[in-house]
Design a protein around this ligand. Structure first.
Ligand code: NAP
Length: 252
């Protein structure tokens, strides 16, 4: 049986190096190329005849790289964060036209995927919620892609629960230091902490009178992302559209 041909983009980076190592260790996968900043990605994909391209690069390049991968004949498995919803929708339209499968996943750790699911479930009962994400000091984008996706899932659960399930308004609140209450995405507060010592962590706190429910995921090592990346690499070649979130392809 021929091996699945995989190219890693961002191969000199932290996640790219880990991914190249993980692909090399799998008997049914072949690492056919490694690209990074300054390389011609389209040419690299074509000359290596890569079937799947894993991208862990930079938020500014994420959407452009995904389009290049799709149009160069590869199935994208994109872990780079920083996508806007309109980028994802545009890329999904391109993939559908090409009938080429792919995945954009802000988090490949199964524990983080479960945290997002549990958070959406809890929000039906606890509409007062805040998200705190904690990452290493070299992370470029804030909030994290995982925090954005978590909030999108919470928002959708809240909206489908009817207007009685909206987070509490606090019109009397006043920030004496700008940003002290964090940012807001889809109406939900989000706080980003950047410190050396962290890798990737997220906490979702739900409050109600007399009780606090805290959901937390910790990734102290990048090894936790690799099973999800390898699962996606094997899966996307059989798909015909671009999915958003590892949870979307787990049961396909
Ligand atoms: P990193 O260590 O900075 O690695 C990124 C690599 O990509 C660097 O070698 C960088 O080169 C290169 N690069 C930058 N722009 C590029 C471009 N346009 N084309 C090709 N290569 C380019 O970053 P990282 O920690 O690996 O993280 C990369 C991305 O993955 C981030 O968006 C991060 O949030 C995300 N991430 C996702 C997950 C997940 O599970 N989905 C997990 C962890 C991280 P230079 O250093 O020369 O700029």
């Amino acid at each position: 049986m021929s091996k699945l041909r995989v190219l890693v983009n961002g191969a000199k980076g932290r996640m790219g190096r880990e991914t190249a190592r993980a692909v090399r260790a799998e008997g049914d996968l072949e690492l056919v190329g490694e690209a990074d900043l300054g390389d011609d990605l389209a040419a690299a994909i074509r000359s290596a005849a890569a079937q799947v391209v894993v991208d862990f690069t930079h938020p500014d390049a994420a959407a452009g790289n995904t389009e290049t991968i799709l149009k160069s004949g590869g199935c994208p498995v994109v872990g780079t964060t920083g996508f806007r919803m309109e980028d994802i929708e545009r890329l999904q339209a391109i993939s559908q036209e090409l009938r080429r499968g792919g995945l954009i996943a802000p988090n490949f750790a199964i524990g983080a995927v479960l945290l997002m699911k549990f958070a959406a479930e809890a929000a039906r009962f606890f509409p007062d919620v805040e998200v705190i994400e904690l990452h290493h000091e070299r992370k470029v984008d804030a909030p994290s892609g995982t925090a954005l996706k978590t909030i999108e899932m919470i928002r959708s659960a809240l909206d489908s629960g009817g207007s009685g399930n909206a987070p509490a308004e606090r019109p009397r609140e006043k920030e004496t230091v700008s940003g002290a209450r964090g940012g807001r995405y889809l109406g939900i507060p989000v706080h980003s902490i950047r410190l050396p010592g962290y890798v990737a962590h997220q906490e979702v706190q739900f409050g109600a009178p007399g009780q606090i429910l805290t959901l937390r995921h910790d990734a102290p090592s990048r090894a936790c992302f690799m099973p999800g990346v390898l699962f996606a690499v094997r899966k996307v070649v059989a798909l015909e559209r671009l999915y958003y979130g590892l949870d979307a392809i787990l049961d396909l």
